[in-house]
Design a protein around this ligand. Structure first.
Ligand code: ZN
Length: 77
């Protein structure tokens, strides 16, 4: 299921966007970062990172196909 959202990037201007599936709209994901440790050979540490799918915004813009589908929905006409 696609979650459409409205975001305002400029005052009074609303864009229709889709909630990012990858981070569920939070903009962050928990990942692992490599920590260099010369004594023990290094290890992985969990860390919160910006979502790479949406660049940490939590949403992404519609593709052309999705835009067509969105405007074809009776609820927005
Ligand atoms: Zn995301």
């Amino acid at each position: 299921m696609t979650n459409y959202m409205k975001v305002s990037t400029k005052p009074g201007v609303w864009d229709t966007v889709i909630e990012c599936d990858f981070c569920e709209g939070t903009g962050t994901v928990s990942g692992e970062v490599a920590v260099v440790d010369f004594m023990n050979g290094g290890y992985l540490k969990s860390a919160i990172c910006d979502c790479t799918d949406c660049d940490g915004r939590g949403y992404r813009y519609l593709t052309e196909d999705e835009e067509e589908q969105f405007y074809a929905m009776p609820s927005v006409q």
